[in-house]
Design a protein. Sequence first.
Length: 309
Amino acid sequence: MENYNLNYLKELESESIYIIREVAAQFERPALLFSGGKDSIILTHLARKSFYPSKIPFPLIHIDTGHNFPETLDYRDKMVESIGANLIVGHVQDSIDKGRVKEETGFNASRNMLQTVTLLDTLEEFKIDAAMGGARRDEEKARAKERFFSHRDEFGQWDPKNQRPELWNIFNGKKNPGEHFRIFPISNWTEMDVWQYLHMEKIEMPVIYFTHKRLCIKRNGTILAHSEHLNLRESENPELLQIRFRTIGDMTCTGAVMSEANSLEDIITEISISRQTERGTRADDKRSDSAMEDRKREGYFDLEFGFGI
């Protein structure tokens, strides 16, 4: 199955590689945020291409909520070992133990929002001045406002009205002490572009992106994987379902979709007829109409997309 536009995908690839090289040239201590999600996998693949045959010249950073899918962590560790990358892991549990954040309680409790403090602390500890992530403009209305080089103030916060112009692919990475940038090299990609590129490049993916049977519960229109981290109501009974995941994040808020897609070709076909966006499976986005933008203003970086992230 190769009914996609190879030239178009190569143009997207070239644009992203150009941006990654610009980051390496303009910043002193860049990093790539990695979650094991499809967008961060592509970003890592592009970073390897950007500097081949040398290794990636900056570290990968993963924020571990403690509620990650085991399959994602297995994939992360194998990939890091195979490419010889330097991996930095920030643990949300450490932030909880230090009193930096407070564990949520209740049936909808999640550690997804707690990642913000852990991320900002990790960036500060390692003096990261540019954090590259895999967020795309097509995913969510708040992300559509992002530039390639997204400025953050000294508190790690994002002001959509105070961003630099980006004319003719000229990127301004100048900043004051304490400030940093979030960089989004695949901003112009769509979900379909991502899957077609993965197919074109024959990139190995975590198994939970493909159909499998798993104990799940159905909550507020979202299918959630049953785990020890999920607080169940008395009326919620786990059932074995044939599902796969379109996004990967914290187990407590990452929704699955009913699917029998067992290959990249199947996924591409499935997405082409789907009427639900990939963010539509995320329970944390349903907390309010402005949930994502509110979190971004506080310094949040979605670790499936941004870290794919």
